[in-house]
Write a protein that binds this ligand. Sequence first.
Ligand SMILES: Cc1cc2nc3c(=O)[nH]c(=O)nc-3n(C[C@H](O)[C@H](O)[C@H](O)COP(=O)(O)OP(=O)(O)OC[C@H]3O[C@@H](n4cnc5c(N)ncnc54)[C@H](O)[C@@H]3O)c2cc1C
Length: 392
Amino acid sequence: MSTTAKKRIVIVGLGAVGAMAAWRLSDRPDVEVIGVEQYGRVHEHGSYAGESRVFRTAYHEGGRYVPMLQESRQLWRELESASGRELYLEVGALSIAQADRIEMRTTLDTVREYSLPHTLYDTDELRRAYPQHAVHDGDVGVLDHHGGGIRSEVALLSALELAERAGAELRFNSPVLAIEEEPGGVVVRTPAEAIRADAVIVASGSWSTRLDTRLHDLLRLQVLGLTWFLPQRIDAFLPERFPAFLRDVGPVHFFGVPTLDGYSVKACSNPTWPVARDVSEVPTAYTRAELVKIGQQAQEFFPALNPEPVRSSVHHCAYTPDRTPVVDLSDSGRVAIVTGLSGHGFKFAPVLGEWAAHLAATGERGDVDEHFALAAHLERLEQRGAYGGGGH
Ligand SMILES: Cc1cc2nc3c(=O)[nH]c(=O)nc-3n(C[C@H](O)[C@H](O)[C@H](O)COP(=O)(O)OP(=O)(O)OC[C@H]3O[C@@H](n4cnc5c(N)ncnc54)[C@H](O)[C@@H]3O)c2cc1C
């Protein structure tokens, strides 16, 4: 319930979606923004943590995402120029797989359907162009020229900074315990206070089921790990020579980005960790055996990498069964929720932030894809039920 002419919007969670929503709301002079985050500013527990994220527009997850990715690319650029920081390295994203593999076929479908700038490589061309990769017989490659890497934590820091500069009030170390709709407004409860708002954006990622019981059946937490390796020579893995990459061989999905720290290369694959229902069930580190196995895989894909990871970290992300995000608005038009980014949503977080800002500021769904509405998800869940996994 606003006491001023401005509409008060509270954002719960200042991770990828929350930070982008705060930034996108800063263009609207008619709103007052309060952001509430359970940890500090850009912490290590969020699904965005771990240096970087792969960005790509040639998208095997489907053409539905391509316009979102193209718009996000513009917004990443805008964030970069407004913040004066290097956030988005457009070094290309190289997908390598056997030509008949489903991920490769659907990637090529989106490339053709949307005329995305790209280069195709047959096996010999791949070996010549990218000697860092151990290319298997029958492998082909597609380089998405608009792909690359995003410095995820620095991007969040930048978005929050710009939001604050535009007047947003950000409160850290302040866990939200409950969100209650009441006539004429919404109350957001923390241990210290009850914040009254005209509208709320719930952007609480992996913790969303704790705040909204309707998500219990829909969301699961997938455990995802990151590993960095030392190459024999770092020059071959610099951004100008080594694009972000995705490789799919049998059940193994390997992904990574060029060196961003000047000495190590991020190259990751995931053991088949069981899905979790709550963050408290997620392991905090790899086992020794898991690290040894990932090191062996890394050396199989990149013979010049030393197989012992120099760094590793274990994270989690909220997944829906079909890996499409939830973007919903309550019947009252006051509570917008964006979650379930399913291991691949960082790249289009700016668009999700824009949508969340629109939903909360207008109370109307507008052009937001109905496929992402909670009711549509629950209907699909009933028909389908199984979890896909995957990411990036
Ligand atoms: C290891 C890994 C690798 C990935 N790789 C890629 C990739 O290469 N490309 C890509 O596009 N995507 C990738 N993803 C997916 C992407 O990073 C996530 O989907 C995205 O960060 C999720 O954003 P979010 O805002 O929903 O959650 P988060 O970014 O986790 O933000 C949620 C925030 O809400 C806060 N919060 C939660 N509950 C409360 C509460 N009660 N009160 C206050 N605050 C609260 C949390 O502390 C957190 O800060 C990856 C994910 C992981 C884990």
